[in-house]
Design a protein around this ligand. Sequence first.
Ligand SMILES: Cc1cc2nc3c(=O)[nH]c(=O)nc-3n(C[C@H](O)[C@H](O)[C@H](O)COP(=O)(O)OP(=O)(O)OC[C@H]3O[C@@H](n4cnc5c(N)ncnc54)[C@H](O)[C@@H]3O)c2cc1C
Length: 458
Amino acid sequence: MTALNLGRKRVAIIGGGYAGMAAAVELAAAGVQVTVFEAGKVLGGRARRVERASLSSHNTSNKPAALDNGQHLVIGAYSELLRLMRVCGVDLEAAFLRQPMRLQVEPDFLLECPRLPAPLHLAVGLFRAKGLNWGERWALIRAIQVAKWRGWRLKKDVTVAEWLQLQHQPATLISRFWAPLTLAALNTPLELASAQVLLNVLRDSLGGRRAASDLMLPKLDFTDLFPAPAAEFVKANGGYIQLGQRVKSVHGNTGGWCIDGGEQYFDAVIIATAPHQAAKLLADSNQASELAQQLAAWPYQPIVTVYLQYEADVKLSQPMLGLSDAISQWVFDRGVTHACPGLIAVVISAQGLHSGLSHDELALAVQQELHERLDLPDLVLQQQVITEKRATFACTPDLVRPDNRTEIAGLYLAGDYTAGLASMNANGFEDARGEYPATLEGAVRSGVKAARAVLKDF
Ligand SMILES: Cc1cc2nc3c(=O)[nH]c(=O)nc-3n(C[C@H](O)[C@H](O)[C@H](O)COP(=O)(O)OP(=O)(O)OC[C@H]3O[C@@H](n4cnc5c(N)ncnc54)[C@H](O)[C@@H]3O)c2cc1C
């Protein structure tokens, strides 16, 4: 990227999650002086290293195991995240365990896309899908092919449950494939989730290049994966990262923007927080009150991650496995990815029957399920449960999402919830193709998009 001659413009970014750090890298690379204000002690926001984990597991080099606030999955379609990681000098080979798409959902479903050029990889994968009878397999192939022929667009957005009914999808196929996929991709139950957003995800993953559907299991914690190298990149380009600084107010006047009444002025401000935090900031600062109200009412869904430490020789048959009709949805072996033998992470997306259980009850229920369904020992050495109540926004049909530019000149928004994140080509974004669910890629694209809006307005 070539640096613009901007007479060293200054931009404040509030929030050091994936969106904020993506905006920071994009601006720093263009020659802007960036200051990131992050309330937490570590960068990463909803995808961050958890420092004070009670689980005292050790990795093979005998360092305390780094946990994340939640087990995340990256796919090959996350083109902007991977691009910015490269810009920041991250070695992608070392950062990820990359493998072709393999969705194994116990007891017996398996969709594996072989290393063949697209769309053959998908055709062969669907044709060979295991755990389905011919009627169910044909129903799956037909639903995906019809969506593809229609350009992955619905005339009218409906819930995933309604769309599956319209596509005559059998109950077994729904419980083995569609339900775990929708929860993993949209973190919203089928009955509430947007079918159009699910199709956008399918278009860019299964319907894209073969490599786009690759599963990329991180080998690093989520602070080290991108936000920490991004911070180094920003500092190397004359910017600042201020950790542990929760911004309370932003005010603009003819001199520019000031943060918490400070003396330093900025030419623009990007609020890169979650929607409810942006709402508070806007309301406390008496800015954009209508937008503040809209963001304050933003709907969320939770995600729980249950970490179970077994004896070091305990392994899964695959680094990642799904379970159908169970509390435990996706199970990850961090012995394979993070050199922490015997450490298993179990992800439970969205609200559900488990929501009424205490952490101890939930850990016990999960432990029993893994014992009964995956033959893991019935004894764990240690456990830790992390609940993120506002993990992602509820991805419902026709959710109206705000643009990166606000009605106030010089004030911008970034975050996984903003508008027009689905597709990006060499010239910029094609907003017409729809939206992304709350994902790391959505957050990064939004940060890049906000930064480009700032640069354009300069
Ligand atoms: C448990 C869990 C599992 C997930 N799994 C996946 C997955 O597998 N794949 C995937 O792609 N996505 C996943 N996601 C979603 C993904 O993590 C989010 O979409 C993404 O991290 C959102 O990034 P963001 O920058 O938009 O917001 P955030 O990460 O929320 O960043 C906002 C930042 O702003 C800071 N902040 C807030 N208020 C202030 C203030 N006043 N002053 C200063 N700083 C402030 C916060 O501390 C935070 O660091 C998961 C999320 C969770 C919680």
